[in-house]
Design a protein around this ligand. Structure first.
Ligand code: GUN
Length: 279
């Protein structure tokens, strides 16, 4: 049976480390959290982010904007927050309403306050191995692997999914850690065969329980990025946990695996934003 990678526990440890660091070093940090509209899932995510800030001792400033907010109004708010010395990090919860161009909004956030790591500067820095903010979910997965003593160097790593938020930065991070990386997507042929080569498999497919034991090499580490609500109200991931776990060496559960790590790494980025020397 696979070892369970407990993201809830590891994320709590990271938050406690940050809480101590903030207290001991007298760090003052404030995160601006912007939500446009009232998508229920976004409201839950934003609420959890604000709660984590409060727990570790980071200030959070909420901007809850109506659905009819214009792109120009949102850009003006970002400009104001970019110039506000009291604000260290800016987070615009995605998705945005369809009349707002997400790319334009992300590009307007100062790279020095880009705690989501979505700005092209942040992504470019990650790509060439320079310091910068890293997208929270993939950064959290690296932290899960490191804190579970799972070595990346020299391993066959397969990432299913090529989104800007997860798949692409995940591949870059695994590569930076000396993994041998393959990125698969909806047009990939022989997906099962490729996945079966993986020592570390990261599933960010967006399809409930799609990855079953036929995709898994015996003893592989399986990281499940998906989260879906089933008809019975229970949550599941992209991985069929019950089918896969007898074959995996280690596996993340859903919930309680990758999810809590995203918020913990956002907190890491906020502390980094508040303590960065070069301006
Ligand atoms: N929507 C889903 N995930 C994320 C995230 O990590 N950051 C932001 N800003 N929006 C999201």
């Amino acid at each position: 049976m696979a070892k369970l990678i407990d993201g809830k526990l590891i994320s709590s440890q990271i938050k406690d480390e940050l809480k101590n660091k903030i207290e001991n070093e007298g760090i003052s940090a404030t995160l601006a959290v912007i939500q446009v509209g009232n998508d229920p899932a976004s409201t839950v995510y934003v609420g959890n982010k604000k709660k984590a800030c409060e727990y570790i001792g980071i200030g959070s400033k909420s901007f809850e904007l109506g659905d009819n907010t214009t792109e120009d109004e949102l850009l003006a708010l970002i400009d104001r927050l970019n110039d506000d010395e009291m604000i260290n990090g800016i987070l615009v919860q995605l998705p945005l309403p369809s009349h707002i161009d997400e790319k334009k909004i992300i590009n307007r956030i100062s790279p020095l306050k880009d705690v989501d790591g979505f700005h092209p500067w942040s992504v470019g820095n990650l790509c060439i191995g320079q310091e910068g903010f890293v997208s929270c979910t993939p950064a959290g997965i690296i932290e899960l692997l490191k804190r579970s003593d799972i070595k990346i160097e020299g391993k066959e790593c397969v990432v299913i999914g090529r989104s800007n938020i997860v798949g692409k930065p995940m591949a870059l991070l695994l590569l930076a850690n000396n993994g041998t990386v393959t990125v698969c997507h909806s047009k990939t042929k022989n997906l099962k065969d490729i996945c079966k080569r993986a020592d570390i498999l990261v599933a960010a497919v967006g399809k409930p329980k799609m990855i079953n034991s036929e995709y898994i090499k015996e003893g592989a580490t399986v990281i499940d990025v998906g989260i879906h609500r089933m008809d019975d109200g229970k949550l599941c991931g992209d991985v069929d946990f019950d089918d896969v776990s007898p074959h995996a060496g280690a596996i993340t559960p859903v919930p309680g695996g990758v999810g809590p790590m995203t918020i913990a790494m956002l907190m890491v980025n906020c502390v980094q934003a508040a303590t960065r020397k070069e301006r």
